[in-house]
Design a protein around this ligand. Sequence first.
Ligand code: C2E
Ligand code: MG
Ligand code: MG
Ligand code: MG
Length: 284
Amino acid sequence: HAKEDDRRHVAVFESFMSQRVDQHVSIESGLRQAIAQNQLNVLYQPQIDVASGRITAMEALIRWRHPTLGTISPLDFIPVAEQTGSIIPISQWLLRTACQDMLRWPGGSESGTRLAVNLSPVQLEHADFVKDTLRILHEVGFPPHRLEFEITEHLLMRDLESVVTILRKLSAHGITFAVDDFGTGYSSLSYLQRLPIHTLKIDQSFVRSLQEGREEGHLVGAIVSMGRSLGLKIVAEGVETQAQLDMLRRLKCNEMQGYLFSRPQAALDLSGEAVERWRSAVHG
Ligand code: C2E
Ligand code: MG
Ligand code: MG
Ligand code: MG
């Protein structure tokens, strides 16, 4: 039987692999048409200051509605877009769309709510990145100081000197930077001082281990006080429960993002009802 089982496993594996390859190929060819065919869209998730109940920022999260594969996660198609170069037009489309949505969002500008946009390391390697970014903001009429780019620690493992140069150029125009998924990469605290970083986003894995008791709060507490002493804003990601909210509050982390407040949602939904839902989550 062992032999037969082996053969069956091999067959299952091969069919799994060829599905994966097919999927990869259709992602690759489909991506080139995704913008033109109107298949990309952007969802938004608020970052909330639980002390005041104010929305401090909205993070733009891209989605791809594939005609046959359904909705594809950015975790699946961004890496392909990075390999094929389509990340550049896709990111430009996203920035333009998100800025326009934010300008149309009532309650956005008067409260100074910022727009958070994820950055791919590949974008930084593109020679026109700074110029293109500023041009899009100018064309749309979006104030640069309301834009925050989220970068990951992996990016900082690359050519730090050129990253420093690019970030400083954008920062001179008022654009700010957050380190996303903080604590999961190869952290060197020295880069926090060398780069114009404004915000640390504590990775959701820390938030989860807090509640599961695998972490008593020493780690998160240390990140918060270290960040504070460097003058950084701290945001906790992936907050799903009231217990997590309470623990984070105790650790003096007052800005949060997660399903407890709101799932990522369409620009049209960024109105009354959704906002009421998280308000009641904050105030109990
Ligand atoms: P990220 O920037 O760390 O975004 C946070 C992810 O966690 C999002 O997944 C969000 O939907 C999810 N999330 C938010 N709150 C909760 C929660 O309470 N619980 C759980 N379990 N998850 C939560 P999403 O939208 O699938 O995006 C995944 C990643 O894809 C993002 O991670 C980001 O790295 C990347 N990404 C998304 N949009 C873009 C984009 O426009 N450009 C680039 N380059 N990357 C993007
Ligand atoms: Mg992010
Ligand atoms: Mg993150
Ligand atoms: Mg992430």
